[in-house]
Design a protein around this ligand. Structure first.
Ligand code: ZN
Length: 407
């Protein structure tokens, strides 16, 4: 959805506040600390949940790198010995015009993943211990934008290999710098999102409009208008759906979503997300990218639209880590909504695993000998599907209200 300009935004009145007044955030016990350094990562992980933290460190000699630490519900904590260098695997660069080809992107992920022996063995042990019920949360504070969903699981001994995000239920988390951590909904609870859908769909994305007809929808005419509506207290929403153009850069001034600059969004508080759990789906290019502004602020704070919504209390943010085609973005939403309707008791993260697995039937090696263009055409749907990243609890459930007269 890159390369397009938005029509002039219209400002509309905030709506949906009704007679609901200010609410106190429900007390969830002790405030959670959302800082990978301070948090007690093993405490309170529900059965089947494992957490992998990715912490930026310097390699010997000072080059940027990262270290891994794994914790599982069963109490096993693993400090990985190796310090890995910062890879250049950002999907934002890889799939842009003039960037690398889809087949190469996937080969890079396989070649980069294969020697990560400690990680591969750790993931294998988690899968053996918890099987299909494993829920993996990757808490990545590096800002390197590593596409973990495309980590290649290299198996031996009979178990199948594959792309991580299609093999296990996988979500993301990040350290959130806030004075008010009690507002943030944690990454391990079973949040349930019910109510209407609040949406902004760019006018030219007519297919996305049609996707929402079966739901009770509160529509906004522009992204700033949706943001304004969300800043008011109001009744609970199941879902915020945004379909528009997005752009991202490490400097805050380089990021925008549908005409709303991150520079303005960063300090917004979306009070509408406070009263109850709400999932946010930002179906736009690079909407899930996070980065450190190393120029103006230099403050080691990860910023991006996904972080803004999580900081406001979103129970999950589904967004993208690259430039997704209009048609693929629409297909992703269509399939996810259909899955949610057909399996109302299944968490969003499990639906995503299913949708990724459906697209992940090939690897570049299967296409050896096929011409470059033909191989890329085969692999592009896979790459697009895995560009979707989900931040939040793997147990979050979403059941939007159906529209009156729809069934
Ligand atoms: Zn465990």
């Amino acid at each position: 959805m890159a390369g397009e300009t938005l029509p002039q935004s219209r400002v509309t009145e905030a709506r949906g506040a009704g007679d609901v007044r200010m609410r106190v955030v429900e007390d969830a016990g002790d405030p959670m600390v959302f800082d990978v350094v301070e948090a007690d990562l093993g405490a309170g992980l529900p059965e089947g949940m494992a957490l992998l933290t990715v912490v930026p460190v310097h390699q010997e000699g000072g080059a940027p790198g990262f270290r891994l630490r794994g914790v599982c519900c069963c109490g096993e904590t693993t400090e990985f010995a190796e310090v890995y260098g910062r890879p250049r695997l950002d999907l934002r660069q890889l799939d842009s015009k003039g960037g690398e080809l889809p087949a190469d992107v996937l080969s890079f992920m396989q070649v980069w993943s294969r020697p990560k022996a400690e990680l591969t063995r750790w993931l294998d042990r988690r899968i053996v211990a918890h099987g299909d019920r494993l829920q993996l949360v990757i808490w990545d504070d590096t800002g390197y934008r590593i596409p973990w969903e495309l980590f290649w699981l290299d198996y031996d001994g009979g178990r199948s290999e594959g792309w991580l995000g299609g093999v296990v239920t996988l979500t993301r988390w990040l350290s959130i710098r806030t004075a008010w951590p009690e507002t943030v909904r944690d990454y391990r609870s079973a949040h349930t999102c019910t109510g209407p859908v609040a949406a902004y769909v760019e006018p030219r994305m007519t297919h996305d409009h049609a996707l929402l007809t079966s739901y009770h929808v509160e529509r906004s005419d522009s992204m700033p208008a949706l943001a304004k509506a969300l800043r008011e207290y109001g009744t609970a929403l199941a879902l915020v759906y945004v379909a528009c153009h997005g752009e991202f850069g490490d400097q805050v001034t380089e990021s925008a979503l549908g005409g709303l600059p991150l520079l303005l969004a960063d300090t917004m508080k979306f009070l509408r997300l406070r009263s109850a759990a709400t999932m946010v789906f930002l179906n736009a290019c690079q909407s899930g990218s996070l980065g450190y502004d190393t120029d103006r602020f230099n403050d080691r704070v990860l910023r991006g639209f996904a972080e803004v919504f999580l900081r406001s209390g979103a129970a999950g943010v589904l967004a993208t880590s690259g430039n997704v085609g209009d048609r693929e973005a629409w297909e992703m939403a269509r399939e996810l909504f259909r899955h949610m309707r057909e399996h109302p008791g299944r968490p969003v993260a499990e639906a995503l695993r299913t949708l990724r697995a459906r697209a992940a039937t090939l690897s570049p090696a299967d296409l050896a000998g096929v011409s470059g263009t033909a191989a890329d055409a085969e692999l592009l749907p896979l790459l697009y599907r895995f560009m979707y990243v989900y931040y939040g609890s793997p147990r979050t459930l979403v059941t939007p209200d159906v529209a009156l007269g729809a069934s």
